[in-house]
Unconditional design. Structure first.
Length: 318
């Protein structure tokens, strides 16, 4: 028998004595909700994509009692993945009908808070990516923010989609982005971010963090480079979504219970959690607040010692 105990051990500030880090629960869903990704809005609120019947939520982490507010249940989707900023308080969200390591009806939605009533976003369908199998992480091109790049975790590919025209195409295809044919976890390219003239990615099946040089249009401009490889002795771990800080240091969600820190030279370490720690259960994404010091971690929840954690938003200091 599994007992659902929300936020076990995380209701108050909890210290990880080994690392000197702390994690504080900001919010947890009262029923089981798998949070997949997050994005920071200009007002400091977070957008949360979920596997909760295609629902997108928003939350103010600075509120006295933060509560998740439903933005929209996206039509034709049972699960949502990547979120990217494509304008002033306007976002692209990718989702579809979730299957067994595959999706149908892969769709890019736009979420626009610039209407007459800024409290309620305007939702629209921007594109159907019919050739995709499992779209995951997503980011927009710096000089053309209405154009996004998306990782396809099953095809070993990166797609480009124009949220204005709805046109999409494969721009990068490489074995380094794919899962090995014999992989137990058949998820290749997972998280995706654009920084400078590179698109960065995590490959969950290969336990790698890499990058590909791109043009301003998102076309491949050079070979794939593996920046870091997760140590072979860390069985059961892989890298999921990630974020860059202002100095270029990467903080990556590392299931099942850690946040990893990856430097530009490829050196990496556990920043918080790991081992037998229960501070973070099932991290999926990480977002850095505008102060550059506060980070928010989302989780899909987990079952530990018979207790089931739901999806949470956690706060930690970098």
């Amino acid at each position: 028998m599994h007992i659902r105990l929300q936020g076990l051990g995380l209701a108050a500030l909890t210290a990880d004595t080994a690392l000197g880090q702390s994690v504080r629960q900001v919010f947890n869903f009262s029923s089981y909700v798998d949070i997949e990704n997050s994005h920071l809005r200009p007002n400091g609120h977070l957008l949360l994509s979920t596997f909760d019947n295609g629902r997108l939520y928003t939350i103010d982490p600075s509120a006295a009692n933060p509560q998740a507010q439903l933005v929209s249940a996206m039509p034709g989707a049972t699960a949502l993945c990547g979120i990217a900023s494509i304008g002033d308080d306007k976002y692209a969200v990718v989702g579809g009908i979730r299957g067994n390591y595959s999706y149908t009806n892969e769709t890019i939605y736009t979420v626009d808070y610039n209407g007459r009533n800024a409290q309620n976003a305007t939702i629209a369908i921007a594109a159907h990516v019919s050739n995709a199998t499992m779209l995951n992480g997503m980011d927009s091109l710096p000089q053309k923010p209405h154009v996004v790049l998306l990782a396809d975790s099953r095809q070993g590919a990166i797609y480009r989609a124009d949220t204005d025209s709805g046109v999409s195409t494969t721009v990068i295809q490489d074995e380094a982005l794919a899962a090995p044919s014999n992989a137990t976890l058949p998820i290749g390219a997972n998280g995706l971010k654009i920084r400078g003239s590179f698109v960065y990615y995590t490959n969950s099946a290969r336990n790698t963090f890499g990058r590909v040089p791109i043009t301003i249009d998102g076309d491949q401009a050079g070979d794939v480079e593996v920046v870091a490889h997760l140590n072979g002795g860390t069985a059961g771990y892989d890298w999921d979504d990630f974020i860059f800080d202002e100095a270029g240091v990467v903080y990556a969600a590392q299931p099942t219970n850690a946040i990893a820190k990856i430097k530009s030279n490829g050196q990496h370490s556990i920043f918080v959690g790991g081992g037998n720690s229960t501070l973070i259960q099932g991290p999926t994404s990480i977002t850095i607040a505008r102060d550059g010091k506060t980070a928010y971690v989302t989780t899909h929840g987990s079952t530990v010692d018979g207790f089931e954690y739901s999806g949470q938003v956690l706060e930690m200091q970098l």
